[in-house]
Design a protein around this ligand. Structure first.
Ligand code: PLP
Length: 579
């Protein structure tokens, strides 16, 4: 009896986790569309509940006495204001507690392995942030010391990126920063075309279809044709620089190249691109510049791979952006864009403002923005120094390698990221042990050099596993890990390679060695649970029809998995999901 009940329980669990996962994904996809609706009307499940209450004749009670104790206030049993501003005030501790409690339902930032954004700072940095939280970075005259700190950060970062006379600005993040970089490329190209008496109405920009959505936003918002280069296994899932140069013509304003792909952490080859563009210029006379989107890599490469040439050492690199809030180790709200010199920042983009009693120069998309996170970046730069940043990023990489090797050695997963493989060794299809290859290379050079990359671990179930456990869906691993608090997303590689789904972990400093051990255990235990349920279902007389049907005896391929997972989801051309 217990076995039958047990099986029924597992059948229920398994069915709800995997068989109905397509409908789950469908619902997961919905909020993105809803958010567009929300621009017009705040329509959510909450408003549906309110409509239901109103239909049942229940009126919101507003006349109960407010209490200064959160849980004896009227909001303990009444709906909190969601649609209209309340007539009466609430006690601060009541308002605080209500919002605090609701936010407890969020995931925990430290266990959010989906995000590159930093989630921890030292108490002294927190203190500086709180002391300066009221300062607006746009008030240049009012906060001259804050402005001096911004200038120092630009000099320090420019130095890290080997600039001689860099000019730049703090932004709210890499999205704003790379749009400014793209706008400068566009203006430079337009000015040149106009000076030559040529048509300047059809600009295009080139990047890989692994690009983060911000790059596509630039193209769409600023009327530049995007020429997307499909990624392939041969290009290690990132921009194929040869194809990028083939796509150039006289209307190309520049190439966006990514130092640290969002999908797999691979660095795109800036140096090779630069060489190819030199050859292209010799052949065609078109000189095409590069903007490096180093959102994550801008604070990884200078410390972990100082010999790698990707920055202003290469003359074609005219601008670079990075997120201070990723491996710059500040909280969300600070990014950087630097040009190699003022020659590459067209004057039209610089606004001279006579405002609030002084003259200010601005080249930002946003006017008002917080100063405190920029200040926290300066704290990190002087507190950590080169020594501290190097130690942290090497620790991240070392933990990411350990995670990669543990998953690979389990025999259950293929590693799509290559950060744990010896320099120049790519691909999970290569069945020789990664460690052996690293050792062989190490013997030759005296040390082991790994592929330059972000500390990102992307992995997928092996084909052998999928054949053996036809009904285990990779996305169920991601869903089940959530019950242990881990946020590990599962999603498809960019179009062209979208048959392959990856689970992805960004290893940030808060994912210490001990946490990596726990994560490996949880991933393996979760997969084991799904495997056992699958095996039991295959032999159970209570198994659903799907288990016994002949159709499912055929080995499942990556293609089948991709089809199941995305039945209702429209395929995007790139990282950007469309509603
Ligand atoms: C490669 C890349 N570019 C741009 C961005 C956008 O950066 P931000 O979130 O700082 O605007 C990201 C964010 O993950 C990214 O990974």
């Amino acid at each position: 009896m217990m076995t039958i009940l047990g099986l029924l329980f597992f059948q229920h669990l398994f069915l709800s986790l995997s068989l109905s996962l397509s409908s789950f994904l469908f619902f997961c996809a919905r909020p993105r569309c809803i958010s567009i609706t929300m621009l017009q009307k705040h329509l959510t499940s909450e408003s549906a509940v309110r409509l239901h209450e109103e239909r049942r004749g229940r009126k919101p009670n507003t006349d109960m006495q407010l209490s200064s104790l959160a849980y004896s206030s009227r909001y303990a049993t009444q709906d909190v204001p969601k649609f209209e501003i309340p007539e009466n005030s609430a006690e601060p501790q009541v308002a605080y507690q209500l919002i605090h409690d609701e936010l407890e339902l969020d995931g925990r930032p430290a266990m959010n392995c989906a995000s590159f954004v930093h989630t921890w700072m030292e108490p002294q940095a927190d203190k500086l942030i709180m002391e300066n939280i009221a300062k607006n970075l746009s008030d240049q005259d009012e906060y001259p010391s804050t402005m001096r700190i911004q200038e120092r950060c630009i000099s320090i970062i420019g130095n890290l990126w080997h600039a001689q006379e860099a000019i730049g600005t703090a932004t709210v993040g890499s999205s704003e920063a790379l749009m400014l970089g793209g706008l400068a490329l566009k203006k430079m190209w337009q000015n040149q075309r106009k000076a030559q008496g040529k048509d300047a109405s059809k600009p295009n920009i080139i990047f890989g279809n692994n690009a983060q959505v911000a790059l596509e936003k630039f193209a769409r918002y600023f009327d530049v044709e995007e020429r997307l280069i499909p990624v392939t296994a041969d290009s290690h899932h990132v921009l194929d620089v040869e194809k990028a140069v083939e796509a150039c013509d006289e209307n190309t304003i520049g190439i966006f190249i990514i130092l640290g792909s969002t999908y797999t952490g691979h660095f795109e080859d800036v140096k090779r691109l630069s060489q190819l563009l030199d050859e292209h210029e010799k052949k065609t006379g078109h000189s095409i510049n590069i903007h490096v989107d180093a959102a994550s890599g801008g604070f990884v490469a200078p410390f972990a791979f100082p010999g790698l040439e990707w920055d202003f050492r290469l003359p074609r690199v005219v601008s670079i952006n990075a997120s201070g809030h990723k491996f710059g180790l500040s909280y969300a709200g600070v990014g950087w864009v630097l040009w190699r010199s003022s020659d590459f920042l067209p004057k039209e983009l610089i606004f001279e403002l006579h405002y609030l009693g002084g003259t200010q120069y601005s080249f930002n998309l946003n006017f008002s923005r917080p100063a405190c996170f920029m200040i926290s970046q300066y704290y990190n730069l002087i507190r950590l120094g080169r020594e501290g940043y190097t130690r942290i990023v090497e620790n991240d990489l070392s933990n990411a390698r350990l995670l990669s090797e543990a998953l690979e050695e389990s025999g259950i997963f293929d590693l799509v990221s290559d950060m744990h493989r010896a320099d120049g060794v790519f691909g999970w299809q290569n069945k020789r042990s990664t460690k052996d290859m690293a050792k062989e290379k190490g013997k030759k050079s005296g040390m082991t050099n790994y592929n330059p990359s972000l500390p990102v671990v992307s992995f997928k179930l092996t084909d052998e596993f999928k054949e053996k456990h036809k009904h285990v869906k990779q996305s169920a691993i991601s869903t089940l890990l959530r019950t242990n608090g881990w946020i590990v997303p599962n999603y498809a590689l960019p179009p062209n390679e979208d048959k392959i789904e990856i689970l992805r972990v960004v290893v940030r400093e808060s994912l210490s060695r001990d946490m990596v051990h726990r994560l490996v255990d949880d991933i393996l235990q979760t997969t084991d649970l799904l495997t056992r349920v699958d095996s039991e279902m295959q032999t159970s007389e209570y198994a659903p029809l799907e288990y016994i049907s002949e159709a499912n005896k055929r080995p499942r391929t990556d293609n089948d998995h991709a089809k199941d997972e995305h039945k209702d989801v429209k395929k995007p051309r790139t990282y950007a999901r469309t509603c």
